[in-house]
Design a protein around this ligand. Structure first.
Ligand SMILES: NC(=O)c1ccc[n+]([C@@H]2O[C@H](COP(=O)([O-])OP(=O)(O)OC[C@H]3O[C@@H](n4cnc5c(N)ncnc54)[C@H](OP(=O)(O)O)[C@@H]3O)[C@@H](O)[C@H]2O)c1
Length: 343
């Protein structure tokens, strides 16, 4: 199959390129050329997918494609340009969206029919504050252009090697390579209780799901993340502990202590959302029944931890973890939690 990736060189896309190539497909990437070219692509086309910038998608002309995986769509006007250009040239257009499209994740087990976020200003192209609403609008544009040839994949948190957000990577570093985080105490702060839900997907499992859907020419919309309830902070802590030569002790710390110590949810302590956050009950607990039926698989957590640790050990980490709690802040949280237990 001639497979076009709109993207393909940073994280999920590079895993899609690698897997598709291993399965015998001819991969073409289309990027601005800011990231290094994929070693797996037979052809690396260059351009900005925004038709208002330079030659836009002109480099795609004349190349035959069987399917496209759109990994870099955030603005409906821009996604509309590629969907219009490719709708009649491919048998499948797979758009990588996000579970952030849901309007309300204050309850568990949202499935693909749950209401979607809308945009206060439908013309906005300001991605950061409107990410979910814009992704939902991009999905609509792809469906309008491609009809039954559209496939929408909505990943939750994506983790694993080449994840430059360093959210999951923080936890791997804290347990397996603590020196990467500077001077750290003997105990790692982990948000209590151990039963706290976690949901994420290894980028390689996501890549396999994407390539499978395209190979089998499956349409529809799929939440793509680990099954709800499969993983918790307790399960993650055990996997991290098992992967480390000299694991730190674990200080299980309640929300109110973390909040009182001014730990920033999600950024200060990655993957931590206090129970008081509106999306707490649902963001890490979306339904995956439809994706599981369509073949989504999840590798053992220990494999994701080990491979992330190997990747971190080889990477330049100078720019990483600028916003996580510092070693001294972490010690202060441990002390505060201990004072609380004694009181
Ligand atoms: N990370 C998460 O936890 C998470 C969760 C849910 C959903 N998602 C979604 O997952 C998708 C995958 O992201 P990824 O970064 O891993 O994919 P990727 O395909 O590995 O990397 C993004 C690619 O897009 C290219 N690109 C960016 N802007 C471009 C433009 N204007 N024109 C042409 N090429 C452009 C980049 O190369 P150049 O910079 O060289 O152009 C890069 O190759 C995204 O759609 C994201 O919304 C992510």
């Amino acid at each position: 199959m001639n497979l076009l990736l709109l993207g393909g060189t940073r994280f999920v896309g590079r895993h899609v390129a690698e897997l598709a190539t291993r399965r015998g497909h001819a991969v073409t990437t289309f990027t601005r050329g800011r990231e290094a070219a994929s070693p797996h692509a037979v052809r690396a086309l260059t351009g900005d997918r925004d038709p208002r910038i330079g030659a836009g998608l002109a480099a795609l002309a004349g190349h035959p494609f069987d399917a496209v995986v759109d990994l870099s769509g955030y603005v409906p006007r821009v996604v509309g340009a590629s969907a219009a250009a490719l709708a009649d040239r491919v048998r499948r257009y797979l758009f990588v969206s996000s579970v952030s499209v849901y309007a309300d994740l204050s309850y568990p087990d949202a499935d693909e029919s749950a209401p979607l976020a809308t945009l206060a200003d439908p013309a906005t192209e300001d991605v950061l504050p409107n990410y979910g609403g814009l992704k939902a609008a991009c999905e609509a544009v792809v469906r309008d252009a491609c009809g039954s040839r559209a496939t929408i994949v909505r990943p939750g948190l994506i983790v694993g090697p080449f994840d430059s957000t360093d959210r999951f990577g923080y936890w791997v570093a804290r347990f397996v390579h603590p020196h990467l985080l500077g001077n750290r105490g003997a105990e790692a702060v982990v948000p209590a209780p151990p039963s706290r839900a976690l949901q994420f997907i290894d980028a390689r499992d996501l890549a396999a799901f994407i390539v499978d859907l395209v190979e089998r020419d499956v349409g529809g919309t799929f939440n793509a993340v680990s099954p709800p309830g499969q993983w918790t902070f307790g399960v993650l802590a055990a996997a991290l502990h098992a992967a480390a030569d000299a694991p730190p002790g674990i200080a299980w710390v309640d929300d109110d202590v973390l909040v009182a110590q001014k730990v920033e949810p999600w950024t200060g302590l990655p993957l931590w959302l206090p129970a008081a956050e509106p999306d707490h009950a649902g963001f890490m607990h979306v339904s995956t029944a439809r994706a599981l039926e369509a073949g989504l698989g999840t590798r053992p957590l220990g494999e994701t931890v080990a491979d992330t640790a190997t990747w971190l050990a080889a990477r330049d980490n100078a720019a990483a973890w600028k916003h996580v709690l510092t070693g001294s802040a972490e010690r202060a949280v441990v002390d505060a939690a201990r004072r609380r237990t004694r009181a």
